[in-house]
Design a protein around this ligand. Structure first.
Ligand code: SIN
Ligand code: FE
Length: 293
């Protein structure tokens, strides 16, 4: 069985790993390990420390978001110079996260696509939400409004907590076991529903059968209170000033506590993996015996 967390002694975002070390790390990552870099911190400039506050969130938003492809920040109350500086901080995180992934996984190369960057200044613990939005429950990531047609979701996280508080996660059972338990319980996609969701702009693009199943796994696991109470898990504390990366579409995870996090999402076509057989797409296609995108 795969270790749920694999440590990497990297201290620089741009360091190229020796080929054998990068190969081992890539293998662990694809097999469902969290790659944990205890000595790799995202450093804030002195003028950026003021951003470590929920005050910069707009309205009821939980995260400030940034789109590195269009250099656009959203869900923030910041204006003028503050807004520009907050965007610059998130842009720098996006660039460093990309350099990190390409240093560890050079073979992903030009196939690696930038998704959104998020800044999460709210305490995770005790945050009131609906059960499906409750990330303190074990789940794999799947986005209701952004179908991804089988692309992998790879995320880089940095804990920037200024008071030395860890981000506390639980890491659950392997994907194959979870999928074996829940996938056949998911009601089939209704004919025409994907078309309608797209037409009404509820989804950005067409929700494939794969997307339907991944959302189904996300929801079914979160809503199963027995599963949430009793399934196997490992608790792990990511210290302040540390960084980790993980395929969150495969690794069951829950964020129990922590405040002040930067996160970068990447998308990766399964064919760019060293072993595409380890993608949720191929695992589910094997289970259902048909193509799902
Ligand atoms: C999640 O992806 O479920 C939340 C991760 C976090 O905020 O630590
Ligand atoms: Fe998640």
């Amino acid at each position: 069985m795969t270790n749920s967390v694999t440590s990497l002694e990297l201290a620089s975002w741009e360091a190229a790993l020796p080929a054998h070390a990068a190969g081992d790390a890539l293998d662990a990552l694809e097999a469902g390990s969290v790659l944990f870099m205890p000595r790799l911190a995202f450093t804030l400039d002195p003028t950026e420390h003021r951003f470590l506050s929920p005050q910069w969130l707009e309205g009821t938003a939980k995260n400030v978001s940034f789109d590195p492809r269009h250099d656009q920040i959203a869900h923030t109350s910041a204006n003028g110079e503050d807004r520009a500086q907050l965007a610059a901080m998130m842009a720098r995180f996006a660039r460093q996260a990309r350099a990190l992934v390409l240093g560890v996984c050079p073979q992903y190369g030009s196939a690696l696509r930038d998704g959104l960057t998020s800044f999460r200044p709210v305490q995770t613990q005790g945050r009131a939400t609906s059960p499906k939005k409750d990330d303190t429950r074990l789940h794999v990531d799947a986005f209701a409004s952004r179908p991804n047609q089988g692309l992998r979701i790879l995320r880089v996280f940095s804990n920037v907590n200024p008071a030395g508080e860890p981000r506390i996660w639980e890491i659950g059972e392997p994907f194959d076991a979870m999928a074996g338990r829940f996938a056949k319980r998911i009601p089939p996609q209704r004919p025409g529903s994907a078309w309608l969701l797209e037409k009404l702009h509820i989804t950005k693009g067409r929700r494939s059968e794969y997307d339907h199943l991944m959302l189904g796994l996300h929801d079914t696991a979160k809503l199963d209170t027995d599963y949430q109470r009793t399934s196997a898990r490992t608790r792990f504390e990511f210290p302040a000033q540390s960084t980790w990366m993980v395929f969150t579409d495969r690794v069951m995870h829950a964020a129990l506590a922590g405040q002040f996090l930067l996160e970068q999402t990447f998308y990766l076509p399964v064919d760019a993996m060293r072993d595409a057989g380890r993608s949720p797409l191929r695992v589910l296609e094997k289970l259902f015996q048909r193509p799902l995108v």
